[in-house]
Ligand binder design. Structure first.
Ligand code: BGC
Length: 738
C-alpha cells in the first residue's frame, strides 16, 4: 500500500513505469505487440468496438478475437460498486471517500471494489470520477467524485486506482474533460481557459495517469467547441502526449460522433457500439473502421495503436493469468453465481463513519449519553418502505438517502437505516424512541414535543440527467433540503429545545434556516454513506468514534456566493476561471457558512513546531514524459511538517491541512491552495507529526505562453491548519535567492 503520495518509492515507481525498460507498461506493451501481430483486421477492429448495448452481460462488451487468447472485454459501472449485479457491496459514494481525507481508507475502498469486480469477471470498472470536479455546487454528478479541490481529488484518484488495480481490475478515470453539469451535456461546449484546464480539471487526472490507470473515458460534452471524444487537442495532445498516458481512451456511452475523426483524434475504444443505426452515435466503427483503414482515411498504425493500448492495459493488470469469467448478466436482474462481498461491509462502515462531518455542536449536545427519550423524525430516518432498490438506478428519493441516482450506482445488498441502528443502541441504553418517519411537520412536532432530544433527518439528492426526480433533471434545482426539510426542522425546533439535524446529501445544502433555530444544537453531515449508513451514524452520534470527516467543498450562506452553477445556456464559458469554491470565496472576501476543510471533533487539537524545509529552484519543469507528465513535475522538493497534539479527553483523528499561496511574481492566483494533508489518529495527550511532502507541481502554476508548469521565484506563504480558514500556523519560504 502506498501511503505517502510522493514518497521516494512512488517517485522511483513513476520514473520506472513507462519507457524505461522496467516492469509495468513496458512488459505489457511487449506482450501486446506480440499479440497484435497475430490478429487480422476484423479482430483488431472488434477489440476496439462495443457489441451494442445489451449485446453482452456487461454495460460494455467488445468482440472477442479467435486468433489470440483474449476475451470479450467486460466494462461495468460504477465508481461506488458493481452496477446491475448482486450481491455486491454498496460502498459510500466518492464524495464521502473524499470527506475522510484518509489515504488508507481511499485505498482500502478501491481495493475492496476491485476485488468484487475481479470476482465477478469484470475487466474494467468504470470509475473513479474526477470530472465533474464539482465547480457547480448544484451539479448532478459531483457526488460520484471526491472533492471540488483538485489536489484532494488527485490524491483520492491515485489511491483509489492503486487499490482497484492492485486487486486486478482495470480502473477507468472519467469523464475527460469538463463534464460539469447534466443539462445539455450531450450538446454543450465547455469552453475552458488553458490555465484552469490544467490547474483544476486536468490535475486529478495527472494523478490518475501517474497511478498507471488503465483507461480514461472521454466525456459527452464538447471541449472548446470540439467533441471530447474526437478532440485531437484533448486526447492526442493533452492526455497522451503531455500526460504520457499509455492506456486507452474509451468513449462515454454514445459520446462518439464520427468514425474517422475520432480515430485520428485518439479515441481507442467505442462504447457501447452497434452495427445498427440506433441509438445514434454508435455506428461509427466496426465494419466502418475496417473500411476507413482500407481506404486510407485512418492509417493502419492508428488502428494498431488502439489495439496495442487496449491489449497492454489487459496485460498490465495480468488479466491474461486465469481471470474469472463474467458471472452475472446486467439484463436479467444481475444475480451472480458467486458471492464476492467478503467482509467489505466493514470497509463501508469505516469509510462512512470517518466521512461524517460534524458541523455544529453547541453545548456538547453530542455525543448522546444514554438519553431517556429520543424522537427520530423524517422520512430520511428509514429505508424506503418499498425497498432500498425500489427505483431503477436509485432514481427516486424515498427513504434514507445513501447514494445518488444514475449509472454511478449499485444495488444495495441491504441498507441499514438510521432508525434501525439507533433502535439497537436505544435498547442497550434503555432509551425510549418516539418516531415520526414521514416529513409531516405536524407529526414531527408532536413526536418531538415529549422527547428529551429530537433528531431530524433531512436530505438532498441528485444524479444523472437521464432520470428526473421530483423535478430535478440530474442537476439540482436549488440547494435547499428536499421535502420541505427546513419546515420540518422549524416545526420540531419550535417544540423541542435540543434538536440534532442529520443531513444526507449529494453536496452542499444551505443551512441558514436551520441555523436560525436556536434549538438546533448539532448538525451532522453524513453525505452518501452506502449500505452501512445507520451503523456508521450511530458510531459517531454516540461517541464510539469521534467525527473526523472534513468538508470536501464549501457550504455557502447563499447560492449566489459560489459564483458558479450549472448553466442553462447551451455553452458554458467557465467564467470562474481558476477561482472555484474556496479559491473564489478567498479571492472575493466572501465569508462561507462552513469553509472547505471544516469539521469538528469531540476532542481538540493543538498545532505546534511548524517546520519548513523546501529546496525548489524556480523555473519550468521539464524532463522526459512519464505517466502523469514531464518527469520534473513530480520531483520531490521538500517537506513542511507540524506537530499535532490531541489536547482533549477522548481519542480522535485530525486532518492537518497545508495550503500554499504563490509569490507575487506568479500571475493572479488563488490566495491559498491545498497542497498537502495528513490524517492523524491520536489518543488523548498523544502527539503526532504531520508531514507534507512537496513536489514541483505543488509550487507551480501553469504557464500558458510556454505551456509548462512553472515554479515562480519569490516568497511563498505557508498556511497550516484544521481547515482552509482555521489556520493555526503561518510561515514562509523563498524560492530563487530572494
Ligand atoms: C455515463 C458513464 C457510464 C456509462 C455506462 C454514461 O451515461 O456518463 O459514466 O459509465 O453511461 O453506463
Amino acid at each position: 500500500m502506498q501511503h505517502l503520495l510522493f514518497s521516494a518509492l512512488a517517485l522511483s515507481a513513476a520514473a520506472d513505469a513507462y519507457g524505461s525498460g522496467s516492469a509495468g507498461w513496458d512488459r505489457a506493451y511487449s506482450k501486446a505487440k506480440i499479440a497484435l501481430s497475430k490478429l487480422n483486421q476484423t479482430e483488431k477492429v472488434g477489440i476496439a468496438t462495443g457489441v451494442t448495448w445489451e449485446g453482452g452481460p456487461c454495460v460494455g462488451n467488445t468482440y472477442a478475437p479467435s486468433s489470440i487468447d483474449y476475451p470479450s472485454l467486460c466494462l461495468q459501472d460504477s465508481p461506488l460498486g458493481i452496477r446491475f449485479a448482486n450481491p455486491v457491496t454498496a460502498f459510500p459514494a466518492g464524495i464521502n471517500a473524499g470527506a475522510t481525507w484518509d489515504r488508507d481508507l481511499l485505498y482500502a475502498r478501491g481495493a475492496a471494489m476491485g476485488e468484487e469486480s475481479k470476482g465477478l469477471g469484470v475487466h474494467v470498472q468504470l470509475g473513479p470520477v474526477a470530472g465533474p470536479l464539482g465547480k457547480n455546487p448544484n451539479g448532478g454528478r459531483n457526488w460520484e467524485g471526491f472533492s471540488v479541490d483538485p489536489y484532494l481529488s488527485g490524491v483520492a484518484m491515485e489511491e483509489t486506482i492503486q487499490g482497484m488495480q492492485d486487486s486486478g481490475v482495470q480502473a477507468c478515470a472519467k469523464h475527460w474533460l469538463g463534464n460539469e453539469q447534466e443539462h445539455n451535456r450531450e450538446t454543450m461546449s465547455s469552453n475552458i481557459g488553458d490555465r484552469a484546464t490544467h490547474e483544476l480539471y486536468v490535475w486529478p487526472f495527472m494523478n490518475a495517469v501517474k497511478a498507471n490507470v488503465a483507461s480514461v473515458m472521454c466525456s459527452y460534452n464538447k471541449i472548446n467547441e470540439t467533441w471530447a471524444c474526437e478532440s485531437d487537442a484533448a486526447l492526442n495532445n493533452l492526455l497522451k502526449k503531455e500526460l504520457g498516458f499509455p492506456g486507452y481512451v474509451v468513449s462515454d456511452w454514445n459520446a462518439q460522433h464520427t468514425g474517422v475523426n475520432s480515430a485520428l483524434a485518439g479515441l481507442d475504444m467505442t462504447m457501447p457500439g452497434s452495427d445498427f443505426a440506433s441509438p445514434p452515435g454508435s455506428v461509427f466503427w466496426g465494419p466502418h473502421l475496417v473500411e476507413a483503414v482500407t481506404n486510407g482515411s485512418v492509417p493502419q498504425s492508428r488502428l494498431d495503436n488502439m489495439v496495442t493500448r487496449i491489449l497492454a492495459a489487459w496485460y498490465l493488470l495480468d488479466q491474461d493469468q486465469g481471470y474469472p469469467e463474467v458471472s452475472f448478466s446486467s439484463w436479467n436482474g444481475g444475480k451472480a453465481t458467486v458471492d464476492v462481498t467478503a467482509d467489505h461491509g466493514s470497509v463501508v462502515r469505516t469509510v462512512a463513519r470517518d466521512s461524517i462531518v460534524l458541523l455544529r455542536n453547541e453545548g456538547k449536545s453530542l455525543p448522546l449519553r444514554r438519553p431517556k427519550s429520543l424522537a427520530i423524525i423524517g422520512q430520511d430516518a428509514i429505508v424506503n418502505p418499498a425497498g432500498a432498490n425500489a427505483c431503477n438506478d436509485r432514481g427516486c428519493n424515498n427513504g434514507t438517502l445513501a447514494m445518488g441516482w444514475g449509472s454511478g450506482t449499485a444495488q444495495f445488498p441491504y441498507l441499514v437505516g438510521p432508525l434501525d441502528a439507533i433502535q439497537v443502541q436505544a435498547k442497550k441504553d434503555g432509551t425510549k424512541i418516539v418516531q415520526s418517519t414521514t416529513d409531516s411537520t405536524s407529526a414531527g412536532a408532536s413526536a418531538a414535543a415529549s422527547a428529551e432530544t429530537a433528531v431530524v433527518f433531512v436530505n438532498s439528492d441528485a444524479g444523472e440527467g437521464y432520470i428526473t426526480v421530483e423535478g430535478n433533471a440530474g442537476d439540482r434545482n436549488n440547494l435547499d433540503p428536499w421535502h420541505n426539510g427546513n419546515e420540518l426542522v422549524k416545526a420540531v425546533a419550535a417544540v423541542n429545545k435540543n434538536v440534532i439535524v442529520v443531513v444526507h446529501s449529494v453536496g452542499p445544502i444551505l443551512l441558514e434556516t436551520i441555523l436560525a433555530q436556536p434549538s438546533v444544537k448539532a448538525i451532522v453531515w453524513a453525505g452518501l454513506p452506502g449500505q452501512e449508513s445507520g451503523n456508521a451514524l450511530v458510531d459517531v452520534l454516540y461517541g464510539g468514534t469521534s467525527p473526523s470527516g472534513k468538508l470536501p467543498y464549501t457550504i455557502a450562506k447563499q447560492f449566489a456566493d459560489y459564483g458558479a452553477g450549472w448553466n442553462p445556456a447551451l455553452d458554458d464559458n467557465f467564467a470562474e476561471d481558476i477561482f472555484i469554491d474556496y479559491r473564489h470565496f478567498d479571492k472575493n472576501g466572501i465569508t462561507p457558512r462552513y469553509e472547505f476543510g471544516f469539521g469538528l471533533s469531540y476532542t481538540t487539537f493543538d498545532y505546534s513546531r511548524l517546520s519548513i524545509n523546501v529546496f525548489a529552484t524556480p523555473g519550468a519543469s521539464n524532463g522526459r514524459i512519464v505517466p502523469g507528465g514531464a518527469e520534473q513535475i513530480f520531483k520531490f522538493v521538500g517537506t513542511i511538517s507540524t506537530l499535532v497534539k490531541n489536547t482533549g479527553k477522548v481519542s480522535g483523528a485530525e486532518v492537518a491541512q497545508l495550503y500554499i499561496g504563490l509569490p507575487d511574481s506568479a500571475p493572479s492566483s488563488p490566495p491559498k491552495q491545498l497542497r498537502g494533508f495528513q490524517k492523524l489518529h491520536l489518543q488523548p495527550g498523544q502527539s503526532g507529526m504531520a508531514t507534507f511532502e512537496l513536489t514541483r507541481r505543488d509550487l507551480s502554476y501553469w504557464d500558458v505562453p510556454t505551456q509548462k508548469w512553472v515554479v515562480p521565484s519569490g516568497t511563498f506563504t505557508v498556511y497550516v491548519g484544521s481547515s482552509s480558514r482555521d489556520i493555526r500556523q503561518h510561515g514562509k519560504f523563498t524560492v530563487g535567492g530572494h
